[in-house]
Design a protein. Structure first.
Length: 103
């Protein structure tokens, strides 16, 4: 086939083809490889989306647990402060009562 000219050929199924059989087979093979590649990319994308969804769920769980831990830490700190205040009040009361007894 000369360059610039188009040849018409018939394949084994008596279909008219513009490409010669070798080029047609190569293009069909490339077409199938492209389909396989596209399918693999779609599968990969699906896996990545699933993974990202799982990571997002875990991030939400971690954030919730972190907030709970911060809340518990704050409660513990306030309880320690409350106990110190109560202890100081009780000590003051003990001193007052001791002063009353000493009179």
């Amino acid at each position: 086939m000369e360059s610039g000219q188009t040849a018409v050929v018939f394949d084994e199924f008596s279909k008219i083809r513009i490409l010669d059989p070798a080029n047609f087979e190569a293009s069909e093979k490339l077409k199938e490889e492209c389909k396989d590649f596209t399918q693999k990319i779609n599968d990969f994308n699906s896996i990545v989306q699933t993974f990202l969804s799982m990571l997002e769920d875990k991030a939400k769980q971690i954030e919730a647990e972190k907030l709970k831990a911060i809340g518990q830490r704050n409660r513990i700190q306030s309880e320690v402060e409350n106990r110190k205040i109560k202890q100081a009040q009780l000590m003051s009361l003990v001193r007052e009562r001791q002063a009353e007894l000493d009179r």
